[in-house]
Design a protein around this ligand. Structure first.
Ligand SMILES: [Zn+2]
Ligand SMILES: [Zn+2]
Length: 321
C-alpha cells in the first residue's frame, strides 16, 4: 500500500510499504478520509515524532477483522480513535485518561495518511460506527472531542460565559461546542479580521474586557495566554489548549490566582466518552463544521495538505486516499 511519510518539517514523501497484517483482536481499515491537525504542523510537537506517517483524525471502512473481533465487521464505516486509556490506572481514575500510559502507547499503524491502517486490539472497542455519516464530516469527531474534553475540564456550564482565544479550527469547534452545550455568552479574541468575522458567524462576540468564567486559549502564544488569564472573573478557569514550547513560563499573576481562586488547567487530546459525544453532536447536526474543511487532497498530495495547514491557508485540510 501507499503511505505518506513525513520525513522532516518541510517534506512528506509517498512510499510503498507492505499492507498491514490483521492480528487476533485487531481490525484493518481502508482510510476513507483523514484530516490534518494544527498539532501535525507545530514544530516542537511534531519534530520529535519524525519520520512518521502522521494523521490522527481518520474515518475508515473495515476491510478485515482478526479472530475474536465481534463489534465490527467488514464493510462497516467507522470513526477511528488513535489512543485508548486503560480506565483503571491512577491517572484514569483521576480523570486524566489522556495521560494514561496505555493511552500514550497505543497508536494507529502506520497513521491516517495511508491507504490502510491497522487498528490494534486495544483500540478496536473505540471504533465508532458512522451510520451513514459522510466520512469527511466524521474526521471532525476527534478535534471536536478535544474541545468537549477541554470544556469539561474547565467545568463550563450553560449559565457561564466563555472566552475562546484564537479562531482557527480549534477555536471555532470550541465556540460550536459551547453553543451546543447551551452556553449563551461566547466571546472570541482573534487578530485576523477574516477569522474574527467567521467566528462571529459561528455565534461568538468579539471580546472587549468583559470578565469571563472560562477562557480556552487555542494558541500557544504566551501573551495571549496571559491576557486571557487577565480576563477571568473571580473563580474563573483557564485552559491551555495549544501546547507552548518546552521551557515556556506562563506570565500569569500569582497573586490573582490566589486572591481570585483561578483554576489554570490544560487539556490534551480526548478520551472515549468525548469521542462518543462528539460523534453524537455531529450526527444530530448540533455542530456543523464542514465549512472548516477548506482544502481537500489525494494521498499523494499529503505534503501539500500539511503545508496548507502550516501556512494557515487551510483551516482544515482533508486527505482522501
Ligand atoms: Zn488533532
Ligand atoms: Zn489508565
Amino acid at each position: 500500500m501507499k503511505v505518506a511519510r513525513t520525513v522532516s518539517l518541510a517534506e512528506t514523501v509517498i512510499e510503498e510499504v507492505p499492507d498491514p497484517v490483521c492480528g487476533p483482536g485487531e481490525v484493518v481499515c481502508r482510510v476513507l478520509a483523514c484530516a490534518t491537525c494544527g498539532s501535525d504542523v507545530q514544530d516542537f510537537y511534531v519534530s520529535r515524532k519524525l519520520p512518521a506517517v502522521l494523521g490522527h483524525e481518520p474515518a475508515g471502512e473495515v476491510v478485515e477483522v482478526g479472530a475474536g473481533v465481534v463489534g465490527v465487521r467488514p464493510g462497516d464505516r467507522v470513526a477511528i480513535h488513535h489512543h485508548s486509556p486503560c480506565g483503571e490506572c491512577r491517572r484514569c481514575r483521576r480523570g486524566h485518561e489522556t495521560l494514561c500510559e496505555r493511552f500514550r502507547s497505543t497508536r494507529l499503524d502506520p497513521g491516517g495518511f495511508a491507504e490502510y491502517v491497522r487498528v490494534q486490539a486495544e483500540l478496536v472497542d473505540e471504533l465508532l460506527p458512522l451510520d451513514g455519516m459522510d466520512p469527511v464530516l466524521a474526521t471532525f469527531t476527534e478535534p471536536l472531542a478535544c474541545a468537549l474534553r477541554a470544556q469539561r475540564r474547565t467545568g463550563l456550564a450553560p449559565g457561564d460565559s466563555v472566552l475562546v482565544v484564537g479562531a482557527g479550527a480549534s477555536g471555532l469547534l470550541n465556540i460550536a461546542a459551547a453553543h451546543a452545550a447551551g452556553v449563551e455568552a461566547v466571546w472570541v479574541r482573534e487578530p485576523s479580521p477574516d477569522r474574527l468575522a467567521r467566528a462571529e458567524r459561528w455565534g461568538a462576540t468579539a471580546h472587549g474586557n468583559e470578565p469571563v468564567d472560562v477562557a480556552i486559549v487555542c494558541t500557544p502564544r504566551d501573551d495571549a495566554i496571559a491576557a486571557a488569564a487577565g480576563a477571568l472573573a473571580p473563580g474563573g478557569a483557564l485552559c491551555v489548549y495549544a501546547p507552548p514550547p518546552p521551557g515556556s513560563p506562563l506570565a500569569i499573576d500569582g497573586n490573582a490566582v490566589f486572591m481570585r481562586e483561578l483554576d489554570i488547567t490544560a487539556s490534551w487530546s480526548a478520551g472515549p466518552a468525548d469521542m462518543h459525544r462528539a460523534l453524537g453532536l455531529l450526527a444530530r447536526g448540533a455542530v456543523r463544521p464542514l465549512e472548516l474543511m477548506t482544502h481537500r487532497f489525494g494521498l499523494a498530495e499529503t505534503g501539500a495538505a500539511l503545508a496548507a495547514q502550516r501556512s494557515g491557508e487551510a483551516l482544515k485540510a482533508v486527505v482522501v486516499p
